[in-house]
Design a protein around this ligand. Sequence first.
Ligand code: NAG
Length: 486
Amino acid sequence: MRALAGLWVLGLFAWGHCFVEEQDGTLHPRAGLTPEPRSPATSQPHLIFILADDQGFRDVGYHGSEIRTPTLDRLAAEGVKLENYYVQPICTPSRSQFITGKYQIHTGLQHSVIRPTQPNCLPLDDATLPQKLKEAGYATHMVGKWHLGFYRTECLPTRRGFDSFFGSLLGSGDYYTHYKCDSPGVCGYDLHENDRAAWGHGGGAYSTQMYTQRVQRILASHDPGKPLFLYIAYQAVHSPLQAPGRYLEHYTSIANARRRRYAAMLSCLDEAVANVTLALKAHGFYDNSVIVYSSDNGGQPAAGGSNWPLRGRKGTYWEGGVRAVGFVHSPLLRRRGTVCRELVHITDWYPTLLALAAGRPDEGARLDGYDVWEALSEGQRSPRVDILHNIDPVYARAAHGSWAAGHGIWDTAVQSAIRVRHWKLLTGNPGAGDWVPPQAFSSLGPSRWHTAVNAGRSPPGATLQAAALSVHVQSRPACVRVTGTP
Ligand SMILES: *[C@@H]1O[C@H](CO)[C@@H](O)[C@H](O)[C@H]1NC(C)=O
């Protein structure tokens, strides 16, 4: 046992083919196919990628949330819900993987986010998804949060493949003033249009509504006969917890003030997605579109989010940090109204969307993503059987790990996480591993169920309790704590 100090192993959901969700909630394999869509003006579909910020796994109506998300629920129910879908535990990493199709160990962005004062950005030699889509003939527009570096002009979204950009280069600024403070007194205006500050543009507008209006303007001015890639990276529902008053009115029954504001922000986001969808229909894009919706990482309970029943939170490699809300909605899906339990990861969008666009990755690009369209659209097996969640050699070493503990093959003090089929291996310190129950009715903020106990020093019951709890989380009670606390 000592030899494995620092290694944790746990079982995960069983996975399988895609199923059709019936009205009564039971799942049946889908027999027939839905009719072919109308023939579109361009054979290349319009690609709309909507990324939410910090939306927790539970924070969508169809995962049992008390927060109302009727639009997300409907779009997901009519499309394909991704129920074995993974992202990275924080902002920059997820965004970098989406836009390059590569794990962070292949872009040098393994450690944390790009900080405001850090002279770093997405490597310039990786061809980005919008660059490849442009080559395939697409118009490419980005609205919202970039967070992939800006210390040189070459790093800006308009130099990395987007025809236009309107949004913030960092994250977590004020939703109305669009100022972002890095530390007390170190503040800057973070609303940009193309490669310049968008002075006077914000004018006190709430970012979720402001970004939606920009999307509506793009759709109104673009010819639906030409293929369009639209990357909409909303600031919501990341802190600071700010929401227009009228969305708060629905949630007076939620006692926890942070959860209440978060709920209001999410309802506003849901309405924004409704408005985007309406605009796609009104301007003739919808029939030939693929809409992907994804959160960028797990929720932050201290800022109103919930990942229940998953363990852990944003910033951790536990399921609650990396398993995300995600779905695809499109008239072009062969089988709609399905739930896909195949393994899908955020790197997979690059090759998947590029293939839909009849584009091709660069020769020798060595992507980590897979084209998963047949798994999504037709219920085939996903080509993906593993995910390297990350290896972060810079993160603080775990006290109990060593090369010896890893049999000379691996230094178990290093923070890393990998999933292979039903198994997940965590080494080093994976982050806070407690369960945070739904917090809607507590005025005291989130409570926690601590399970992070040192198996060597605590009664075995503590570990067993964790295994019992995991029955809710995982279809098999296979949460095995081998030994050691990171
Ligand atoms: C959605 O559109 C309606 C009607 O134009 C508008 O009142 C509302 O503010 C919009 N909501 C968002 C979040 O954009």
